[in-house]
Design a protein around this ligand. Structure first.
Ligand code: ADP
Ligand code: MG
Length: 696
């Protein structure tokens, strides 16, 4: 048994270590940089770098790296050794302040969406002191932002940090109206990560899993999740061991892995951390994902983080729990006295306005080829953004909209804004699992993002949209005080809620009526990534990001390009894998089995000329029909594939992929799957869902 308090954060250069290792003056200056964003001068950086290096070497590190998040979404690192050889053939170990603060990186192989022409290959990584450095595999990892030579963001972290600054500035203005402006405002993130674990042996035999992260073929298993025995069920011993090691490793890295359990689908699991400031929360989530993939191999397992590795059973999401805090106050907590209630209602109204106004951007932030297979299926929120408030808060908001007094569950009439609101934290029971954006007591849970995604995009959109709401409120309220302010604030809340009422939906998001009702309300329903991406480059979105200095128009456009290209590239890989598998594995297997059946018929006939062979003959016909059908769909897919590659415009190509090619891929899959269940087991070239999902 490990001593958790001993190992926790032991591989992190956190505040505790900084205080211990840095001269007092340096520590103070670094804290100012971390908490207030003041620039760090090189002398201080040198002292910090030295202390960091000494600490890292003691912990066994030999290299350092600027750890960053290019637009691919995953993390990148290039390792440099600390060594600096001396004239007499030995080495000293060096690491300068300059190396800590800035790194130069060949950016030409990272996607930039046209931002960085290949002749200008240089990109810079710049230290993000607000996220702690850590040691992973004997490498000191320094979280950094990644920019082009001309200063444009080439990564996911930079705009996220900018959006956190934007929301802080506007929240300060609002808080000042309540006489509480001074504290530091940050957004918080608790990222619940879902994943699958399957055996390495099965994985290796499935080229579709290896190349695309999901099964492109596979008939549904005889047993799915209908017995509801897996959710919170006893954890397999191997998986349990994996989870234990994962916890230990994450704790060393200061990632507060808190909750682990089996999820709804067979072989599916979840890990939830304790929330952190958003940029750290994102870093921690990326580290968690990386550790999961790495450690699974210690147990002969593979960790699947794709949103929909298996059809017919649940896919994996990443619930984005989001809140805003000022110092130790949670601004989405209703609070305990009338002024706190009013402040809460202002922030709540801001969220409702932001989510309604920028619903399409939020949907866009969760768009990916993988997540398209999940959103809208009866397991994940639909592609329509709406907000769930729960009975109690829903009633409060309704009372404000209809302009009548609120009567709480225990029948206490309240004049809003003067009396105390009920404590929502206590009554948190009416959970709605079908809502994409749900209030859960003192935070919102955005449930659209997929398990493979980097949550920076979602939080960047949320923060910026929220900054816009808060700005509007502050613009209208500044100059008002006391009762005049309170009255004006309540009026503001009421009319803003009335304007954005359509986004609130407390019903069943999985029902058939909801899309129709949502259409009546004028809510957007972008089913696929191809449909969801264009809003990113709409004037409205360009204006929003520009207003708060989160992304310039050039940066927005480059991101759109990168997302489109990524979608099309994934589609291309999936189509190629599909064709390859059908031609080289499935068709030959079905043919071989058909020949086997035919041989059997001939042999029996020879031995017993009047034998009744109609069952065998029917089976043979069924196989030949199946082969025929597969070939028809394969031909069609092949044609469309080449036609799509001839389309230069990436958006048009994406449209074709989403609307014309995917249906054919589904037909082809179905044709192969219907053969899977009649071809003799020993002829089938790959492990089936039954094999993969129900391992020992
Ligand atoms: P569930 O949604 O599964 O019932 P919880 O409500 O306990 O689970 O918490 C889910 C996640 O929300 C956890 O990761 C938790 O740390 C996070 N969370 C709790 N409070 C906040 C907050 N103020 N800001 C952001 N995330 C939070
Ligand atoms: Mg949750």
């Amino acid at each position: 048994m490990v001593d958790i308090s001993e190992i926790y954060g032991s591989m992190v250069f956190n505040e505790h270590t900084m205080r211990e290792r840095l001269p007092k003056a340096t520590y103070k200056q670094l804290m100012k940089t971390i908490k207030q964003g003041t620039p760090l001068d090189e002398d201080v950086a040198n002292v910090v770098a030295h202390a960091m290096k000494e600490w890292a070497i003691e912990k066994g590190a030999t290299h350092f790296t600027h750890w960053f998040q290019p637009l691919t979404g995953i993390t990148s690192e290039k390792h440099d050794a600390f060594i600096d050889p001396t004239d007499d053939g030995r080495t000293i170990m060096t690491f300068s302040g300059k190396e800590l603060i800035q790194g130069e990186s060949d950016a030409s192989s990272f996607p930039s969406g046209g931002l960085r022409a290949t002749f200008e290959a240089r990109g810079y990584t710049a230290w993000d002191p607000t996220s702690y450095a850590f040691i992973k595999d004997e490498v000191l990892c320094i979280p950094t932002a990644f920019c082009s030579y001309t200063g444009e963001a080439l990564d996911k972290k930079t705009p996220l940090l900018r959006s956190m600054k934007a929301i802080e500035e506007q929240a300060h203005r609002v808080l000042e109206l309540f006489g509480e402006g001074a504290e530091r405002v940050t957004t918080t993130l608790g990222a619940e990560q879902e994943y699958f674990l399957i055996s390495e042996k099965d994985y290796e035999r499935r080229l579709d899993l290896v190349l695309t992260g999901r099964t492109l073929f596979g008939y549904s298993p005889c047993k799915g999740q209908e017995l509801e025995e897996h959710y919170f069920g006893a954890i397999r011993p191997t998986v349990n061991n994996f989870m234990k090691e994962l916890d230990d490793e994450l704790w060393k890295l200061g990632v507060s892995a808190k909750t682990k359990h089996n999820e709804v689908a067979p072989a599916q699991h979840e890990l939830a951390p304790i929330f952190a400031e958003t940029n750290r929360g994102v870093d921690e989530n990326l580290l968690t994902m990386e550790e999961m993939r790495l450690l699974a191999s210690h147990y002969g397992l593979v960790c699947l983080q794709h949103e929909k590795p298996f059809e017919s059973i649940n896919g994996s999401g990443k619930h984005n729990n989001w809140s805003i805090s000022a110092g130790h106050k949670n601004l989405l907590d209703p609070g305990e006295n009338p002024m706190e209630n009013l402040r809460f209602l202002v922030f709540l109204t801001g969220v409702i306005q932001a989510v309604d106004e920028y619903q399409e951007l939020l949907r866009m932030s969760a768009a990916s080829a993988g997540n398209d297979h999940r959103l809208g299926a009866n397991e994940a929120p639909p592609a329509i953004v709406s907000i769930f408030l729960g009975d109690e808060l829903g009633a409060v908001v309704e009372a404000l909209i209809d302009d009548h007094d609120y009567t709480s569950a225990d029948r206490v009439a309240m004049d809003l804004g003067v009396d105390v609101l009920p404590n929502f934290l206590k009554d948190n029971s009416d959970r709605n699992r079908t809502s994409p954006f749900a209030f859960t007591g003192n935070k919102f849970e955005f449930r659209m993002p997929g398990s493979a995604q980097n949550l920076s995009d979602a939080n960047m959109v949320l923060n910026t949209a929220m900054a816009k709401s808060l700005k509007e409120f502050a613009d209208q309220m500044e100059g008002k005080t006391g009762e005049e302010f309170e009255k004006a604030a309540i009026d503001y809340i009421k009319h803003t809620l009335r304007d954005h009422e359509r986004i609130i939906f407390n019903g069943d998001g999985y029902s058939e009526e909801w899309p129709k009702e949502a259409a009546r309300r004028g809510l957007a329903n972008h089913r696929t990534t191809a449909d969801a991406l264009p809003c990113l480059v709409s004037q409205k979105s360009i204006d929003l990001f520009a207003e708060f200095g989160v992304l310039s128009e050039t940066e927005v456009r480059s991101r759109y390009e990168v997302k489109l290209e990524k979608y099309n590239k994934i589609m291309n890989i999936e189509i190629r894998t599909m064709k390859r598998l059908v031609r080289r594995d499935y068709l030959p297997a079905i043919n071989t089995f058909a020949a086997d059946v035919a041989r059997h018929i001939t042999e029996v006939k020879a031995a017993l000329p009047d034998a009744d062979l109609h069952n065998q003959e029917n089976r043979l016909r069924q196989l030949l029909d199946g082969l025929n059908e597969i070939n028809i769909h394969l031909e069609k897919l092949h044609e469309l594939h080449y036609a799509s590659l001839a389309i230069a415009d990436q958006q048009e190509r994406a449209n074709m992929n989403a609307h014309r090619i995917i249906p054919v891929m589904e037909d082809l899959r179905q044709a192969v799957d219907s053969m899977e269940i009649i071809v003799e087991n020993k002829f089938w070239p790959v492990p089936t869902y039954n094999d993969i999902l129900f391992y020992a």
